[in-house]
Every structure is written in structure tokens, then in C-alpha cells.
Design a protein around this ligand. Sequence first.
Ligand code: BG6
Length: 512
Amino acid sequence: MAVAVESLTEVNPLALGLERGPVPPTTLTIFGASGDLARRKLLPALYNLAHDGALPARFNLVGISRAEMSDDEYRRFAREAIVSFSRRPPDTQVLEGLLTRLRYVAFGFDEQEGYGRLDGVISELDAEAGLPLNRVYYLSTAPAFFGVIMERLKAAGMNHHRETDVRIIIEKPFGSDLASARALQAIVSTSFRERQVFRIDHYLGKETVQNVLAFRFANYLFEPVWNRNYIDHVQITAAEDLGIGTRAGYYDSSGALRDLVQNHMLQLLTLLCMEPPASFDADKVRDEKVKVLEAIRPFRPEEVALNTVRGRYTDGVIGGERVPGYLDEDGVPEHSGTETYAALRLEVHNWRWAGVPIFLRTGKRLARKVTEIAVTLKPVPHMAFQNADSAGVQPNQLVLTVQPNEGVSISLGAKVPGTRMSIRPVNMEFLYGTTFLSESPEAYERLITDAMRGDATLFTRNDEVDAQWSIIDPILAAWRASEVNPAPYEAGSEGPEEAQGLLGAGRHWRTL
Ligand code: BG6
């Protein structure tokens, strides 16, 4: 048996990257420790890792924010966050065990003196452990502080350590356009080496997003049709029924294109379109992803209107409740021109994909929350059945559902039972929920452990971010230059009607 496993890894280099070593002893420092992301996602993720025994035996968490708090007060904050947002009800012993590993240091992110105190606390934790622990800094602050924190860490000499690994996790958004992303990258690269840097795109931490790779590269069935000869078009959807909540300040300066397309949706596209990497080594995977992004030719100004649609929700009804339009949301400026919906028609100009339109759409306050990739094959070249009987024949469609109802479905034409040769589409379906009975970890659980391990496969490299902004920048510029407001769509609907026009004759958006 052992021999068989060995020979399997020998013949399949992709299997090598799947072997995961233990997480080294680590002190994780979260900047922005009392913020919304820490409360809703990071602290609950750390609890669930502790619950699964996935944290290193030696693990400390140091919280940093401006608010004055004692260690115990921060523990109370963390306890409340975990109880409210953990995906499983916390076990008291595990929770209290984790809380004993928490420390808190208060300072403003621009105060150099605070970094000295932080270094003191981290060194105390090393002394307690009897060895220097790996150091991971997590930037979960407003993006304006990312550069400041990195510069201060460098000035304090905390960006490297002779005896142990120092890493930095940077939350999104990485810049708000190409120029600001490059300016931020200039600070990153003067403070850290690329192998120390982990840029978050939390979609890459989702099980079902990783399954796109498993689906494509662990099965031989799909590869022969995975190209322009057989695929008619691709639709990638990230629809949300929620509005902007209390985030007007951030959202109004961002909009749907920056908030979801520049990062999450382009990442989904690269995973779907990339060539098989030689191995699951972080750089091998990311090399292939960059090639896809670089093969998407940025639009010329006159191409933008033809290939994009932007929309903004008006009031409407969602889940039986009346909800306000975007312009009436708290905190949105009266004359805002921000879009809450974006649809794009992109093309990957390479040998595999040339001529295959890839449609992306995302929006707030749409009919329901769904993230999926739908690949529609071409119609059969010749229909042998009589017209009346073949009325139900549809091109095959393969749908990878990222969330909710995570799974994969393939539509096929099948004979309706009876004496006639009549055909209708049926679905072959795999659902995570019924196949794997265990609950999937949250994206942040996977990403935090990967960063502590130093595995950057599921993080975006600098050249990826650069290529993503290069695609988005001309669209932003053309939208800014146009005097036209985003097209209205009713909250709870399928989005603006204009989006239908992007698809071309004979194609339809999948119903939300
Ligand atoms: C975030 C965006 O990156 O992703 C939010 O800023 C969006 O606006 C969220 O709601 C969607 O993430 P998920 O995991 O709920 O699909």
C-alpha cells in the first residue's frame, strides 16, 4: 500500500503540494484588533482553529488598536466576538484556553513609540516559550494605514529577525487603482521581501473556490473540452441580496467594480482559465494565474461602453421587506455616482480561450445571494432528432456553485420516458452538503494557517494585483469620464436590463 501511495505522488506532482506540514510556533499580531473584521471573522476563525487542534502548540495573539484596553478587557471583547460569530458554539475549555494566549497593546498606528512596546511584548512571549517564535503581522486596518504600519515596523527593525520567520498579511483592498497599488507595493518591497508577504483575497480561502482547481486538475474528463472549440461562453456571478449595511463611507468611494470584480471575480476567472501548473508550489500556481490576467487586454476608452454595464439599486422588496434605494442609504452622498452593480464582457486572448466571451456580474441588493461559475458548451453540430422532439435540447452547461448550496452540476439532454424520442435537460449534481458530512472551515481559517506555515499559494502575488488593476483602471477612467449615471435596477431584481445587451443574441443570464 505504501508503495502505491509513493508511486502516486511520483507520477502526479500536483499531489505533493497537498501535503501539509505542522504550523510552526507563532505569535500573531493583529493591527485593527477591535475592528469589524477581527470581530466577525479573525477571532472566530482562530477559535475554530483552536477547536480543531490546528493552531501550533505554542501560539500567542497580540491585539493592537488605538482604544485603551487592558489584556482582560480585550479578552472580554474576543470572547463576545467568538460567541457571536463562531461557526460552531464555543466549547468553554477551548475558548478559555485560547483567551489565556491573548495580549493587547494600545497605540495609534503612526506612533513609532508603540512599536517598541509591541516588540517588548513579543520578546516577552519568546522568553516565556524559551525560543524565538515566528512572527506574523496581520494588517486588518483601514487601508490608509497599511503603508504607515509597514514603514513603522521597518523603522523599529521588526520587519525581519535573524533567528525566526517574520511574515505580513495584508487585507484587501490593495490600492484603489493601479497607481495607488503601485505606490503601496513600493512601500511593501522596501520593507519586506515578497516571500514574507501574504495579500488576502478571502475568496481563495473558500473550499469551493479551491475545488475549481481540484475539479479541473484531478479529472481528465473535462480537459479535452476546456477550450474555445467546445465552450460557447462563461458566466461568473457574485450576486448579493444584502445592501451596503453601515459601510457607506467605504463603499461609496469603492463601488462594485473595485469591491468585488478587481479581486474576487478576477481570481475566479484565473482559476477557471489557467493552464495546469507543473506542481502546487505557490509560485508555479501564481505564474499560471498571472499569464491569464495578462492575456486579458485592457479596454481602450471607446470599448468600455460596449463591454461593461454599471447599475445602482433603487428601492424595492427583498425577502418580503421594503428596502431603500442606494441613494437613500445612511451616509451615501446625495449626488453619488457610485455603482452597486457591474457587468463586464472580457476575453482571454490566448490559444485556449480566444473568442470565448467571459461575462462577469456582481451587485448588491439582487434577488438572492449566489456565487457561481457557469460554463456553457456549444450546441451539438447536427441535431438528428426531429424538430418537435428536440425542442428541449439545450447546450450542456456546467455550473460550479461557490455559495450557497456548494457543489457542481452538469446539465445533460435526456430522453423523456415514453414511446417518442423526446429530449429534455436534466441535471447531474454533486452537493458538498450531502457528500461530505463535515462542515467546511471558513476561508479565514485556511488563510491564517497557510500564512503561519508560509504557504502563499492562496494569496495574491504583486504581479497579479498589478495585472488586475491594469484591467480595471481603464474601466474606472471611462466611467468617471462619462456623464451618465449608473443604470437603475430595483432592489430584489435580476439587475439592470442593460446587462442583457452585453451577452449577444441567443444568450441569457442565468436566473438568480
Ligand atoms: C468583500 C466585500 O470583500 O466580500 C463585500 O468588501 C462583500 O462588499 C464580501 O459583501 C462578499 O464576501 P462573501 O464571502 O460573503 O461572498
